[in-house]
Design a protein around this ligand. Structure first.
Ligand code: FES
Length: 168
């Protein structure tokens, strides 16, 4: 995944081929660019012989797809039943306090902001990662982590932020 560096038309031309479905093309674009730029909707509709409304509808229906660039560290914390039974809501509160980010919202607006730079981190809720027996669980930039304690969260966060800043 790298920051988008070219026009949406070029992204669409590279991925909308070979009988691929719209969902497959959206995955391919997001895998490459980190998100699906809204400017892709019209060229996707043209390439796949769909209406813009159909493309927009699919793009916005599936929670996985994002239409804005991701934070450098994206944390997806499970907030479903098994993880709740093992304290994920307390962990979520800790994560918010530690990062200054709000879940599933624009971040950097908390009075406790400052633990990490705004734009570095995003907190997202997900609903079961299949690690229910090792909850609470989360992914950080797509990598699974199980049995996460507040202390483990802090260490994982520090590693991920440092790695992201090195890569920038
Ligand atoms: S409920 Fe959290 S991994 Fe299944």
């Amino acid at each position: 995944m790298s920051p988008i560096s070219e026009a949406p038309d070029a992204l669409v031309a590279r991925h909308a081929h070979g009988g691929r479905s719209l969902v497959a093309v959206l995955h391919a674009i997001q895998d490459e660019a980190g998100y699906v730029p809204p400017g892709c909707v019209a060229p996707l509709a043209k390439a796949l012989n769909l209406s813009r409304a159909e493309v927009h509808g699919v793009l916005t229906y599936y929670h996985h797809f994002r239409t804005e660039p991701p934070a450098r560290v994206t944390i997806q914390m499970c907030r479903a039943e098994a993880c709740r039974s093992m304290g994920c809501e307390a962990l979520a509160a800790h994560a918010q306090a530690r990062t200054g980010c709000a879940f599933d919202a624009a971040h950097g607006d908390s009075p406790q902001a400052g633990a990490v730079a705004p734009g570095d981190v995003a907190l997202e809720s997900v609903y079961c990662l299949g690690l229910c027996a090792q909850s609470p669980s989360m992914t950080i930039n797509g990598v699974l982590h199980a049995k996460v304690t507040p202390e483990k969260f802090d260490a994982l966060l520090a590693d991920a932020v440092a790695h992201a800043q090195e890569a920038a």
